[in-house]
Design a protein around this ligand. Structure first.
Ligand code: F3S
Ligand code: F3S
Length: 106
């Protein structure tokens, strides 16, 4: 599994990353965006454009945000591999752990 969006995206959702992804695999949830680990081609194009530095290669996730990797895996196991974020639109929900976070004022 390749790149992961972590906590600095929550309640921010800048979406600069979406325009950079060549395979359109960054999906919009309710409070954050999520990279589908089954569709990401590990190109790294999204990582430097995020103004909140929310995107990490999986091995570089800070320890406190390591759980975002499993959260993304479980999230897409539930919603499926939709084959393109723009055609599907917002998913409208989040992984349980993200939904339970207090408001993020960053
Ligand atoms: Fe979120 Fe950063 Fe993308 S804030 S939507 S990961 S550009
Ligand atoms: Fe997409 Fe490449 Fe990021 S495939 S999610 S822009 S690492």
């Amino acid at each position: 599994m390749p790149y992961v969006i972590a906590q600095p995206c929550v309640d921010v959702k800048d979406k600069a990353c979406v325009d950079e992804c060549p395979v359109d695999c960054i999906y919009e949830g309710s409070r954050s965006l999520y990279i589908n680990p089954n569709e990401c081609v590990d190109c790294g194009a999204c990582e430097p454009v995020c103004p909140t530095e929310a995107i990490f290669y999986e091995d570089d996730l800070p320890d406190e945000w390591a759980w975002y990797k499993d959260a993304a895996v479980n999230f897409f196991a539930e919603v499926g591999d939709l084959g393109g974020a723009s055609a599907n639109g917002p998913i409208g929900k989040d992984p349980e752990q993200v939904a339970a976070l207090p408001p993020q004022n960053q």
